[in-house]
Design a protein around this ligand. Structure first.
Ligand code: SAH
Length: 254
């Protein structure tokens, strides 16, 4: 009696985990977030599976349908984009399923922030530049706790991945510019890993204009931080020839 909350990854079907592909192929019932999940991913699903787009359903309807499918004895997959633990609203679904006596488990996925970093070809944790990644969003209809205001988070000058906010670029830029210098590099990655992926990059001061010019209004991650531009960084200790660790003895320095 289990529902599998499965990460679909950012879009490219090859970024499904082996476990996700296996469960999709075995599923008798799949509920997916139609507004975000790449329809191509459903082509790996069991052709006999009942497919339900969650877009038009409220929480109670979703839980009732999933619980009924489990009770029919079907393998039930609830498919979320990226990794289900980020902005997936899975906690409330899991709790609602619990009230039907239905357990659930989570199969992690490749989050879109990782696909966005891959798209720009940069490391988020560049030694000597940033060792911290902040994943956040601007408050929209979903509020963000006061203590997590974007401008306060930006004060750390860490690497930032901003979800669900590309439709509010002016506000994003205003908040970030309260803390970062205007020349800080920034990028918007739309539909990371999809065939139609687009990247626009520039300085933070240009961010809003760049995004609007490109007409990017949804399904994009905003990346901000020196990790995007910095040609100067420290090399990691891990691969340094003189560094000894559990798996390799360092060469002694001359
Ligand atoms: N659980 C998902 C996030 C879901 S919230 C994850 O881990 O990626 C939806 C937001 O995710 C979108 O507004 C956008 O900010 C981001 N997103 C999802 N897929 C994306 C993609 N392929 N490229 C860029 N951003 C994406």
């Amino acid at each position: 009696m289990t529902v599998f909350f499965v990460g679909a990854g950012p879009g490219d079907p090859e970024l499904l985990t082996v476990k996700a592909a296996r469960l999709l192929a075995a599923a008798g019932f799949i509920m997916y977030a139609g507004s975000l999940v790449n329809p191509e991913i459903l082509s790996v699903a069991n052709p006999k599976a009942r497919l339900v787009d969650s877009a038009g359903l409220d929480l109670e309807q979703q839980a009732a349908m999933m619980a009924a499918a489990v009770q029919e004895g079907l393998t039930v997959v609830r498919l979320h984009t990226g990794d289900p633990s980020l902005y997936g609203a899975i906690q409330e679904q899991r709790d609602a399923l619990c009230s039907y006596g239905v357990d659930s488990s989570v199969v992690p996925g490749v989050s879109s922030f990782a696909a966005a970093a891959a798209a720009v070809g940069r490391e988020l944790t560049l030694p000597g530049v940033s060792q911290t990644v902040i994943i956040t969003r601007l408050a929209g209809r979903t509020p963000v706790p006061e203590k997590e205001k974007l401008r306060d988070l930006a004060a750390h000058h860490a690497s930032m991945c901003i979800f669900l906010s590309v439709g509010m670029l002016d506000r994003v830029a205003e908040e970030l510019l309260a803390a970062y210098p205007p020349e800080t590099p920034a990028a918007i990655v739309e539909k990371a890993s999809w065939p139609e992926q687009r990247v626009v990059a520039g300085s933070l001061a240009e961010l809003s204009a760049l995004g609007k010019e490109a007409g990017i209004t949804r399904q994009a991650v905003i990346l901000v931080g020196e990790f995007l531009g910095s040609r100067e960084y420290e090399r990691s200790c891990l691969y340094d020839a003189s560094f000894t660790h559990g798996f390799r003895a360092g060469k002694s320095e001359a």
